[in-house]
Design a protein around this ligand. Structure first.
Ligand code: CFM
Ligand code: HCA
Length: 529
């Protein structure tokens, strides 16, 4: 493994090598540290996105009945529109704007003379044409640079139109990645939305946090939850509405899927309203079943516990042949998983269920706790980029605060399930496997050349490079426009898609570059190639 690391890094100048080595860990026992959530070395081709992508593209964008206005150049609006396939449906009598792309389409003259007027006009137009429940304004880089005051515009226009308007100062350059944008988005939802709708909720009510309905995942999860007898109050934010999010505090339990994008909100809801949160994993039969069992035991209701077992048995019977047959054909194959901040962990179980072992995994922008577990949170040093992102604090809401189950019962349960806890990606990986943070395109090529995995799960930015190397690559962000992959039926979909992807004869028709004569010869930092 050390030899592999030396080969991987030999091309880097000394300073870059020193930096990158901190972001790479060869798994060995427990307690290893990894550098994460720091600036990418300039010049390196990273897969990371920007703060605006995390705020508008990921967290705010999926709320179905809001008009989401991108204040900035049209390209930024287009990039965060629809392409992630976060799906949504209108509620009865409600609206759904997910198919629209709203932007102020900033031009050079707006950048010189200011864009506030144009933004006000866009809001007026949106209200007139659509009468939406609420509006979001997301700022892109130039807005911060020229100093448009989108908060003031939001206040003024909200008074004028009577429509709720949320403004997000999520300029792309803030923070080091999408993660900063999650924070900005969620902080505002916490401050201005959660807790503003006191509608009564049913028995056994839960919220799903950090689930964005990519490829319809949330629909498959909620199908199973309602079959068991739960009442889903809201999801943050896949297929959600503004009123449902506002009602979140009335629920009994938060189940957190993507720890990265929302764990701080789960903590705040607990502090303010008394709801516990449970880390779940909806991907893979074993993980999903375990999550369902934990939820049932949290409520401690015998009927729910029994019904959970019935539903699991019924659902597993339907899909087990598909999974087994994929496993027979794929057993022994290896995978690299490189996704944003949680899927590189969540998918390892499902891959194992179809016979594939993950030998390299990493996050674009996960923090140390997403790798090493929440125990390290008190020891994480905040750098200047992180300190730029607003931290909010909450206090107990005397009117709405209540413990859903007694504190000593929670302490008991904490011994058997991850309540307010997450053990991170590294713990479940085998010794000798590689964990790489902010993997770049050069390292991607080297990994494929040396380790020759059969499955490379990543995103659009590297997919086709990997294909040209004769290796199957699957987009784990958008699911290659397929899915759902969560829950039981999702696991079967994934098994079928991956089986077809790996076993297609196409890969053997491609000659990877290292089997061809080099087109160019050059010198890198004094090393003869
Ligand atoms: Fe959470 Fe996500 Fe992800 Fe993420 Fe993302 Fe995403 Fe992702 Mo793309 S919130 S960290 S910022 S699970 S958009 S729905 S797929 S990188 S692993
Ligand atoms: C983003 C969104 C993204 C990009 C996916 C990809 C997504 O980070 O801006 O690179 O293929 O899931 O759509 O993560």
């Amino acid at each position: 493994a050390d030899k592999f690391l030396d080969d991987l890094m030999e091309v880097y100048p000394a300073k870059v090598m020193k930096n990158r080595k901190k972001h790479v860990v060869v798994k060995e026992g427990a307690g290893q540290e990894i550098a994460a959530n720091t600036r990418t070395v300039p010049g390196i081709i990273t897969n990371r996105g920007c703060c605006y992508a995390g705020c508008k593209g990921v967290v705010i964008g999926p709320i179905v009945d809001m008009v989401h206005i991108v204040h900035g150049p049209v390209g930024c609006a287009y990039y965060a529109w629809g392409t992630r396939r976060n799906k949504g449906k209108a509620r009865e009598g409600g609206q759904n704007f997910l198919n629209y792309c709203f932007t102020t389409d900033m031009q050079e003259s707006d950048i010189v003379f200011g864009g506030e007027k144009k933004l006000k006009k866009a809001i007026e137009e949106a209200v007139e044409l659509f009468q939406p429940k609420a509006i979001s304004i997301s700022a892109t880089c130039p807005v911060g640079l020229i100093g448009d005051d989108i908060d003031a515009v939001a206040r003024e226009m909200s008074e004028k139109t009577g429509v709720k308007i949320l403004s997000f100062n999520c300029e792309g350059y803030k923070g080091v990645s999408q993660s900063a944008g999650h924070h900005i988005a969620n902080n505002k939802l916490m401050k201005e939305v959660v807790g503003t709708n006191d509608s009564p909720v049913g028995k056994f009510s839960i919220n799903l946090l950090g689930e964005y309905n990519i490829g319809g995942d949330e629909w498959e999860i909620s199908r199973v939850l309602s079959k068991i007898g739960y009442n889903l109050v809201t999801t943050m934010t896949g297929n959600s509405t503004i009123d449902e999010i506002a009602n979140a505090h009335k629920s009994d339990l938060n189940v957190v899927q993507c720890h990265r994008s929302i764990n701080y909100i789960a903590d705040m809801i607990e502090e303010k309203y008394g709801l516990n949160w449970l880390k779940g994993n909806f991907i893979g039969v074993e993980n999903f079943s375990k999550t369902l069992r934990n939820i049932a035991r949290y409520f401690g209701d015998e009927g729910l516990i029994a019904r959970t077992e019935e539903v699991i048995a019924e659902e597993v019977a339907e899909i087990k042949d598909t999974l087994n047959s994929a496993k027979e054909k794929l057993n022994g194959k290896t995978a690299v998983l490189y996704v944003g901040g949680s899927r590189a962990d969540h998918y390892q179980g499902l891959l194992r269920e179809i016979g594939i072992e993950t030998i390299v995994a990493g996050y674009e922008f996960g923090h140390r706790d997403d790798y090493e577990g929440r125990d390290v949170i008190p020891y994480i040093k905040l750098d200047a980029d992180t300190r730029n992102i607003e931290e909010i604090t909450v206090e107990k809401d005397e009117k709405n605060y209540s413990l859903r189950i007694p504190a000593d019962k929670v302490d008991e349960l904490k011994k058997e399930m991850p309540i307010a806890d997450y053990e991170g990606l590294m713990k479940n990986m085998a010794d000798g496997s590689l964990i790489i943070d902010d993997l770049n395109h050069y390292e991607t090529e080297k990994i494929i050349e040396i380790l020759k995995p059969e499955f490379f799960g990543s995103g659009i930015k590297d997919k086709y490079i990997v294909h040209k190397m004769g290796t199957y690559s699957k987009q784990m962000h958008s699911y290659d426009y397929a899915g759902p992959y969560a829950g039981f039926k999702g696991a079967a979909n994934f098994a079928k898609d991956v089986e077809a992807g790996i076993l297609t004869p196409a890969w053997s028709y491609l000659t990877p570059p290292w089997n061809k004569e080099p087109l160019l010869k050059g010198k890198v930092e004094g090393v003869e190639e």
